[in-house]
Ligand binder design. Structure first.
Ligand SMILES: NC(=O)c1ccc[n+]([C@@H]2O[C@H](COP(=O)([O-])OP(=O)(O)OC[C@H]3O[C@@H](n4cnc5c(N)ncnc54)[C@H](O)[C@@H]3O)[C@@H](O)[C@H]2O)c1
Length: 341
């Protein structure tokens, strides 16, 4: 089902939740020529001054739906509230772009998917890192074989604790970015994972995780994620036969470090001297705001465009399942084999 049969009509879009993420969606939706901003819902009001027309701030989703004519909504409420919000939207025939992670538990994620499938509406997950220019170019180069055979995808996502997050720990909040990225870049599902966590801030949930595992494709991965570091780092490193690509998603920079002295064969180099430093290239990338790229792709989907690259609900579910496996591995001290999850 597409939202508009012709491109002459703008899409009517709204935002649920005007917090840290929702306010940016609202800012962009109000500026996109192809979208008519239909309003926002937040029981806490418009605390960040995101809505230009105060008459478009609604106290409840019921009020927004009663105003009528809604094509889609961005769900940016706390993760544990994704399911009831998406259920209500689906029941009303409204399409949904759901902030990541898809839901707080795999059970909720499955239920959410069932609601959307029953309603026949369209939905996608906002794993916005996939829209970061540095990561898009990194993945393109990996897929084009620029590194030869890839054997490691390593991510680092550390920084101070954002006090607003209460409902989930760092694995489901930040770590789901990384568990999505390693699968997206590696083009394969997680086969197994081991993990260690720390609880340093006296909260119910973990605030640091080290997750190490292997994809079905045999690529190894390692994710270091925490809310305990005094500085913010967002780095994705892919290591292959001929060198290493490093994406910094704070600055949207992508750098290629070539191995030096790669002569006739990888085996010979490794045996004799190991890898040495070769040329380093920092790529000049066109920079577009990732959240805008994500919203444009979702609108493309609603208008019936094929191959928009939006993150499907099944992919979102797979990420939540992987996050639960990480937590299980950390709690038990055992490697979790995803085939048995
Ligand atoms: N893609 C990303 O990089 C990214 C970054 C941060 C957060 N997120 C995700 O976005 C979602 C929101 O996170 P946040 O950091 O913006 O949280 P937040 O706490 O800053 O904002 C949530 C807002 O939702 C409102 N709210 C609560 N219940 C509601 C309801 N039923 N209807 C409407 N509004 C409601 C709250 O009043 C609050 O203003 C979470 O799922 C989170 O994981 C994604």
């Amino acid at each position: 089902m597409t939202a508009s049969s012709s491109n002459s009509r703008t899409l009517r879009g709204a935002v649920l939740g005007l917090g840290m993420m929702g306010r940016h969606h609202a800012r962009l939706l109000q500026a996109m020529p192809r979208v008519t901003f239909a309003g926002a819902v937040d029981p806490g009001g418009d605390a960040h001054g995101a809505i230009r027309d105060p008459s478009l701030l609604f106290a409840s989703l019921e009020d927004l739906l009663a105003a009528g004519g809604l094509d889609f909504a961005v769900v940016a409420v706390p993760t544990d509230e994704h399911l009831p919000a998406v259920r209500a939207l689906a029941d009303a025939g409204v399409h949904a772009l759901i902030e990541k992670p898809l839901a707080g538990t795999a059970q909720d994620a499955r239920e959410l998917i069932a609601c959307v499938e029953r309603a026949g509406t369209l939905a996608a997950v906002g794993h916005v890192e996939r829209c970061n220019p540095a990561l898009l170019d990194l993945r393109r180069r990996v897929q084009a074989g620029d590194l030869g055979e890839v054997f490691l995808i390593a991510t680092e996502r550390v920084g101070p604790f954002p006090a607003r997050i209460r409902d989930v720990g760092v694995v489901k909040d930040l770590g789901t970015h990384d568990l999505d990225l390693v699968r997206w870049i590696g083009g394969s599902s997680v086969r197994r994972v081991a993990a260690e966590t720390q609880h340093r801030m006296g909260r119910e949930h973990e605030d640091l995780v080290l997750a190490t595992g292997r994809l079905v494709s045999d690529v190894a991965f390692n994710c270091v994620v925490d809310w305990l570091s005094p500085t913010k780092v967002r780095r994705t490193r892919v290591l292959g036969e001929t060198g290493m690509l490093v994406a910094d998603t704070l600055t949207a920079d992508l750098t290629l470090y070539r191995n030096g002295d790669v002569t006739s064969s990888w085996d010979a180099t490794r045996t004799l001297r190991g890898v040495s430093e070769g040329d380093m290239t920092r790529f000049a990338l066109a920079r577009r705001e990732p959240l805008l790229v994500e919203l444009e792709a979702f609108c493309d989907l609603l208008e019936g465009t094929e191959g928009t690259g939006v993150v499907t609900l099944q992919e979102g579910l797979e990420t939540v399942i992987a996050a639960e496996a990480v937590l299980q591995a950390a709690a038990t001290g055992h490697t979790v084999d995803m085939v048995t999850v």
